[in-house]
Design a protein around this ligand. Sequence first.
Ligand code: PXP
Length: 251
Amino acid sequence: MSGLGVNIDHVATIRQARRTVEPDPVWAAVEAELAGASCITAHLRVDRRHLQDRDIYLLRQTVRSRLNFEMSLNEEIVAIAEDIRPHQASLVPENREEVTTEGGLDVVGQFERVQEVTERLASHGIVVSAFIDPVEEQIQAAKRAGCRAIELHTGTYANACLPPDGSLPSDAEVHLQLDALAEGLDIGLDEGLIVHAGHGLTYTNVQPVARLGGFDEFNIGHSIIARSVFSGLRDAVIEMKTLIETAMEAD
Ligand code: PXP
């Protein structure tokens, strides 16, 4: 059964809107774990727009499942990862102007830096994952760079389900993107990698991806935190976990 990694960044986004102390993402991690999250994902961005250093250090001490530290290849952030030694580090691209992570990491294009960072993190016993598009060359490059896991970027699939320009979704495009994810999953598993998936997954689009079977974990943030405003975080996590599990059982 696939796990559910809950990304708690946007709890910190709400706190930072007022530069105050609430809501605390550390409390959110506890709630998510009590609801059955298999991992807590947290992204310390270079611009510190949501999580702060204090959060990451506290999460490292308090998370009881696994801490998945989402990070760019920036040297300051790499040094923090080496210091806190999370269970897993997920390498992502980061661009100052973006609203959220856009596209997967170009492992092929930045191969030497990815390999160097991966080796440094792995030497501390950290499982290194690369967040990449479901493209064969990127998957193979992640493997060659020493990654033990990959996270397939589901954002293009999510955009096909709910086009950002407000147009109606096309079934053909949705199926094309699902096929790309299925193919990426097979290639990753054939390479002996642990394969995760994430970005843009919601209560309405997660089940077709879960039905593909074989993903180790789904990393989901925005949709769960958005739902939690109305239902509370514990129920929001349980609801997402149930959708994933029922999709897989039905297969
Ligand atoms: N996986 C990665 C690598 C991400 O960068 C993000 C966004 O921080 C997520 C998953 C979660 O995406 P979302 O917030 O759209 O669920």
